[in-house]
Design a protein around this ligand. Structure first.
Ligand code: FE2
Length: 299
């Protein structure tokens, strides 16, 4: 495996200040000034000692802009850049300034067969500042496992699935098939893929589109109480709750889903299982949840 973790995500927002409020007061991220960022008004949201895990840039639309995949070292990075070039998926190499704005040693830009933009980096260094959530006692489960996971629309399903496995080097964790959401619609398929860390999946690929570029992003906290307290804060902030509390079958996560500003769905969870991939057998599921997770996503 060549990708070590989902290191960061970039969102484009018409009003980044809404995300600052929501990120700090509901999610418990720590807002930091963006350093070395070319885009004025860019906001960094930290979940740990990394300079940021969410980069919110001002733009014309509210949308998911890119997933930031990190490689363990320069060798792994070089290998993936070569594979992207061969696959015709490398958009360009980043400049030193762009890499610096991510806190990384090197940066490349790519696009997958469904049109999802992504970035590739290595050598991200953490800040001197230790992480202090604005919410007392809140800690995120991150470190080598990255910020959590991103579930992405992949209408070009077979080609995108093959790309993440064969070019980026992800491993298969679970292939989920769900009944059609409406009569005449195709069955829903989600493939859950892991990077080189114990988290069950760092990326999920869906055979259906998502209007703002992402099906959901997941953040994991260190206790069930911290999930419940966030649910209270989300309700107080009148954020739409788009899935009730529940436990997923494949990664065991107890979570709920809310819409953050710009309609970005966020899964907020605890108790995700961790795996030893050397002895793991990929699974095929037809059920997404053990209990709960009554879904009410728009559209
Ligand atoms: Fe998820």
């Amino acid at each position: 495996m060549t990708i070590s973790a989902l290191s960061y995500v970039r969102l484009e927002m018409r009003d980044p200040s809404e995300w600052q409020r929501f990120g700090e007061q509901v999610l418990g991220f720590a807002g930091r000034p963006a350093e070395n960022c070319a885009v004025r008004g860019t906001l960094c949201l930290a979940m740990d000692a990394m300079p940021f895990r969410y980069l919110i840039e001002p733009g014309d639309a509210d949308r998911f802009a890119a997933a930031g995949w990190e490689c363990a070292d320069a060798d792994a990075y070089g290998h993936v850049v070569g594979a992207l070039q061969e696959a015709g998926a490398l958009v360009r190499l980043g400049t030193d300034v762009e890499a610096g704005s991510r806190g990384a040693a090197d940066l490349a830009f790519g696009v997958d067969p469904s049109g999802n933009a992504f970035e590739l980096c290595h050598g991200r260094t953490s800040n001197d500042a230790s992480f202090n959530s604005p919410i007392d006692g809140l800690r995120f489960v991150t470190g080598a496992m990255g910020l959590g996971h991103a579930v992405l629309p992949a209408p070009e399903f077979a080609a995108t699935d093959a790309f993440y496995r064969d070019v980026l080097g992800f491993g298969v964790s679970d292939e989920l098939t769900l009944p059609p959401p409406a009569e005449g619609a195709p069955e829903q398929r989600i493939h859950f893929l892991h990077a080189d860390n114990p988290r069950h999946h760092s990326v999920g690929l869906c055979n259906f589109p998502a209007p703002n570029g992402v099906v959901h992003l997941m953040a994991e906290v260190d206790s069930l109480d911290n999930v419940g307290a966030c649910l209270d804060r989300a309700k107080a902030a009148e954020a739409p709750i788009v899935a009730s509390l529940g436990r997923h079958l494949n990664d065991g996560m107890v979570s709920f889903y809310m819409l953050a500003p710009g309609g970005i769905p966020i899964e907020y969870g605890y108790d995700g299982r961790q795996f030893d991939w050397s002895v793991f057998e990929p699974t095929r599921s037809t059920v997404g949840d053990i209990w709960g997770h009554e879904y009410n996503f728009p559209g």
